[in-house]
Write a protein that binds this ligand. Structure first.
Ligand code: GLU
Ligand code: ZN
Length: 304
């Protein structure tokens, strides 16, 4: 039988890969290979103001240097803009979205959770963002409340009350950029992704993405969120916290540390092996149940 597992790694080109993003790459790669599936790479370059020139090609090079070879050709979100607008139009026709002219200041006074003020106003698209209506969406899929959840393969059960936990969310920004939430759902569907492996920071985006999938009649993939790598101050390793780029020439060491961090118990001798040997060992021994379902995260190895 044809194996239909399709996984992916979807970095944003906002800087080079660091240890935290390597973990998501390695975990999604191993989960795909263990399932004899495909592992796709998608560059999430939908936010030009946040992009750093050259980082998309830099990330691809870093993946290659770590032996993380992807299947098929790399997809760039910036090439899919028409498709997102078509989907947005279909949401408009189903009356699941509305235009909103609230200021940034008003939203921040609401602590970021939108209260639906513009939902009944029928505002024009001029100088407006476009928001997805949780109540209309839930109604469209036959739910009479706003509670939505799923079972994560590492973290377990996760539920949200969408109105109070996230609020009606932006699908098209006022500056005309398509939001991550909409783009990721459209791309995962078009790439036939069957399982999404990514960092814990995106767990709370998942119910929104599942709601969009259901409203668009897309299948919902399986989800697996891994803990975050933390710096010595207990913060997520990220570009904002100046996580160091991975270093060239230390790929085997970095892969080994990633496996160790993911509690895969790599043998110490493997540390000196080639990236190919490490990945072959790691695929054969990949054990999802060893990844701790820690919501707070795990300290990154010293120096990373
Ligand atoms: N592009 C997102 C990031 O780099 C990941 C999106 C996803 O995996 O759904 O954080
Ligand atoms: Zn508004």
């Amino acid at each position: 039988m044809l194996n239909s597992y399709v996984g992916r790694f979807a970095p944003s080109p906002t800087g080079p890969l660091h240890f935290g993003s390597l973990l998501a790459a390695v975990a999604s790669y191993l989960q795909a290979k263990k399932n004899q599936g495909k592992w796709l790479v998608r560059i999430e370059d939908l936010d030009p103001p946040r992009e750093i020139q050259g980082s998309a090609s830099g990330i691809l090079k870093q993946l290659e240097q770590h032996g993380l070879a992807w299947d098929d050709s790399v997809v760039y979100q910036s090439d899919q803009i028409d498709q997102y607008h078509d989907v947005l139009q279909s949401l408009r026709l189903k009356n699941l979205v509305y235009n909103c002219t609230c200021t940034r200041q008003r939203i921040s006074e609401l602590s970021g959770i939108y209260d639906g003020k513009c939902s009944q106003k029928n505002l024009s698209t001029i100088d407006a963002s476009c928001r997805f209506s949780i109540n209309r969406g839930m109604q469209a899929i036959g739910h009479n409340c706003d509670k939505l959840g799923f079972t994560d393969s590492v973290m377990g059960e996760f539920h949200q009350l969408l109105n109070s936990d996230v609020g009606d969310f932006v699908v098209l920004r006022r500056d005309g950029l398509i939001s991550y939430q909409l783009a990721v759902v459209v791309d995962d569907y078009h790439q036939g992704i069957t399982e999404i492996v990514r960092g814990f920071d995106l767990l709370d985006s998942t119910p929104r993405q599942i709601l969009l999938q259901k409203c668009l009649n897309y299948p919902t993939p399986n989800y697996l969120h891994i803990p975050l790598a933390l710096n010595s101050l207990g913060q997520k390793l990220s570009k904002q916290h100046f996580a160091k780029a991975l270093s060239v020439g230390h790929e085997s060491e970095q892969l080994w540390l990633a496996l160790d961090w993911l509690k895969q118990n790599p043998p110490i001798e493997l540390r000196q092996s080639s990236t190919g040997e490490i990945l072959t060992w790691a695929t054969a021994h990949w054990d999802l149940s060893s990844i701790p379902p820690l919501e707070i995260g795990i300290a990154a190895p010293a120096n990373l």
